[in-house]
Design a protein. Structure first.
Length: 199
């Protein structure tokens, strides 16, 4: 290979670590960026620098935004009494794309896993129970993945809320076994939410 390309190779190596990109598509993406330096590459670099400095977790729900309270938690038009519980921020963003849910969210940050030694304290479960006790929550909608760990987590949360007077429901059909919420189309998410059932 011609000399003087170390920086470009280093960029390709970093890009290849992104989900969905391997070395081959990273190389293609970098070449495209260089060709579109002013139109695409510089704005991308600026945007990344900006977000790298400002992105943070919402202290209430765990969503990612640019302030301590995310735009959903600070939106007074959203129902306080309903909390949709998801595993990951990607699931929250998938739910939002469907525009079907008008309540608030809680991101657990994973699922309980005996194998990986993940207990309730490692997730944002204690924080969820605190919110339910102090925020006048009437319904919890469990939108957890249909994996074994996802369902174990759902049962654990439902168990913790037994006798609390809070309605616990879960997304209806449409969440594929072992599949992730993020891969469902918006219409399927809305339908699964409308047809949610008592857990
Ligand atoms: Zn939030």
């Amino acid at each position: 290979m011609a000399g003087g390309t170390e920086d470009i190779e280093a960029l390709i190596d970093i890009m290849a670590k992104l989900p969905g990109l391997g070395p081959r598509s990273a190389r293609r993406a970098v070449l495209h960026l260089i060709k579109k330096r002013a139109l695409l590459m510089q704005p991308l670099a600026d945007a990344m620098t900006g977000v790298a400095a400002t992105a943070r977790e919402c202290l209430t729900c765990g969503n990612i935004g640019t302030s301590d309270t995310c735009s959903i938690c600070s939106n007074s038009e959203r129902a306080n009494g309903q909390i949709c519980v998801v595993e990951d921020v990607a699931d929250l963003w998938a739910m939002e794309r469907g525009h079907a849910f008008k309540g608030r969210y809680h991101v657990l940050g994973g699922t309980l896993s005996a194998l990986d030694d993940v207990g309730p304290e490692e997730l944002r479960i204690p924080k969820l129970l605190d919110r339910i006790r102090s925020d006048g929550v009437s319904e919890i909608i469990l939108a957890l993945n249909a994996t074994v760990d996802g369902q174990t987590t759902a049962h654990y949360i439902a168990g913790e809320l037994e006798g609390s007077g809070v309605t616990v429901s879960s997304l209806a059909q449409g969440v594929p076994v072992g599949g992730e919420l993020d891969y469902l189309d918006d219409g399927t998410i809305s339908a699964a939410l409308r047809a949610r059932k008592a857990f």
